[in-house]
Design a protein around this ligand. Structure first.
Ligand SMILES: [Zn+2]
Length: 330
C-alpha cells in the first residue's frame, strides 16, 4: 500500500487548478515554497520567498505562459522573512501588482526596518545577509491590507482571505474554491514530503516566538478543516491532500506543545536552562509523534526534516512559558 500517493511531488511543471508550486530555494531545495495562481490572463503570487527567490518565481510565471504585466497580486501570508523577504524585489519585477497582506503586516512591508532589526540578531549579520540580502521597502500606494472574509477577483476565480493567527498574529490564508484548495502559509503547520511515507500523515506546528498562541492555532486549524477543501498548499512544503487526517495530527501536536509550556512554566528553571528544558520537551514530542506516524526516529534524514524548525519552536515555547509564569504571579 502506498498510503501517501495523495501527496503530489512538488514540480513547477505541474499546474493543477492553475496553481504552480515554486521552490524558493530558501536554505536548501524542498525547504520553502511560493505559489503562482494563474487564471485566464491574470496571475497572483502567494508569498515571495526571499529576494534570491525572485528569478525562480519569474521562471514559473513564464512557464505558465504569462509575463510580469499579468501579475495582479502579490499576496504575503505573513511577515516572516522566508515568506516576505522578496516581496519588494518581486513587486519591482511586476510593476502592476498590488501587494495584499494582513492589516498587521502592512506597515512592516512599507517600512521593514523593525523586521530587519528583530531578525538580524537571530541569525547574525553575516548569515542574515546570506539568507535574505537587503530587505527593501515597498511604496505604500502598492500595499493594501485585506480583512477576514474579504475576496478579490483573479481571472474567473475568487480568492477569499481568512485571518489565521496562532503561528503569527499577522497571518492570512487564502481560500480558492475553484482550485478546491487553501494556501495556508504556516497556519496549518508544515508538511514535508519526506515525512509522508509512514502509516499516516505527519504535519507539525512551528511555535514561533513571540506570537505562538495555542488556542488561536486550534481555532484556525479547525476552521481550515471545516472549509472541506481537498488540498492545502503549505509553505514548507508543497501541496498536502491529507487535510482532515493531517489537521487531527496538528491539533494533537499543538495540545502537546501547550502542555509542555505549562510544565515548563511550573519549573523554577530560568534563562538557558529553561530554553534547554523546552528544547528537550519539543524533541520528545516530535519523536513520539513521528513514531505514532510509523516513522523511524533513528533515521537521520527523517530527523533533519522533522527538526528543521526545532530551535524556533523551542524559543517559542520558552517565551510563552515565561509569559504564563509571569501571569500566574501577577
Ligand atoms: Zn512563519
Amino acid at each position: 500500500m502506498a498510503p501517501f500517493s495523495d501527496v503530489t511531488p512538488p514540480m513547477s511543471s505541474q499546474r493543477p487548478g492553475g496553481v504552480s508550486t515554486i521552490d524558493t530555494h530558501y536554505m536548501y531545495p524542498g525547504r520553502a515554497a511560493a505559489y503562482l495562481v494563474a487564471d485566464g490572463d491574470e496571475a497572483a503570487f502567494i508569498d515571495a520567498g526571499t529576494r534570491f527567490s525572485v528569478p525562480y518565481l519569474m521562471q514559473a510565471l513564464e512557464a505558465a505562459g504569462l509575463g510580469p504585466d499579468h501579475v495582479k497580486f502579490i499576496i504575503v501570508t505573513h511577515v516572516h522573512l522566508d515568506h516576505c523577504g522578496g516581496a519588494a524585489a518581486l513587486a519591482r519585477e511586476c510593476p502592476g501588482a498590488t501587494v495584499l497582506c494582513h492589516p498587521r503586516s502592512e506597515r512592516h512591508l512599507i517600512d521593514p526596518s523593525k523586521l530587519v532589526a528583530s531578525a538580524t540578531p537571530v541569525y547574525g549579520a553575516e548569515q542574515f545577509a546570506k539568507l535574505y540580502g537587503e530587505i527593501e521597502p515597498i511604496a505604500a500606494a502598492r500595499v493594501r491590507s485585506v480583512a477576514d472574509g474579504e475576496s478579490v477577483a483573479l481571472g474567473g476565480r475568487s480568492l477569499e482571505f481568512l485571518d489565521t493567527p496562532g503561528h503569527a498574529k499577522h497571518h492570512v490564508s487564502v481560500l480558492d474554491r475553484k482550485a478546491n484548495a487553501m494556501f495556508t502559509g504556516d497556519a496549518f503547520g508544515l508538511c514535508y514530503p519526506p515525512l509522508q511515507r509512514g502509516t499516516r500523515p505527519y504535519l507539525n506546528y512551528v511555535c514561533s516566538p513571540p506570537q505562538f498562541e495555542p488556542e488561536a492555532a486550534r481555532v484556525v486549524i479547525r476552521r481550515i478543516m471545516a472549509t472541506q477543501v481537498g488540498r492545502v498548499y503549505v509553505t514548507h512544503f508543497g501541496p498536502c491532500d491529507a487535510v482532515q487526517e493531517g489537521g487531527e495530527q496538528l491539533l494533537r501536536m499543538v495540545d502537546e506543545f501547550d502542555e509542555a509550556v505549562n510544565r515548563a512554566a511550573a519549573t523554577t528553571l530560568e534563562g538557558p536552562r529553561l530554553l534547554t528544558y523546552c528544547a528537550e520537551q519539543a524533541l520528545e514530542i516530535t519523536q513520539r509523534e513521528l513514531r505514532a506516524c510509523g516513522l523511524d526516529t533513528e533515521d537521520r534524514k527523517i530527523m533533519k526534516w522533522a527538526l528543521s524548525e526545532h530551535s524556533v519552536t523551542s524559543q517559542g515555547l520558552e517565551l510563552l512559558a515565561r509569559e504564563r509564569r509571569a501571569a500566574a504571579r501577577a
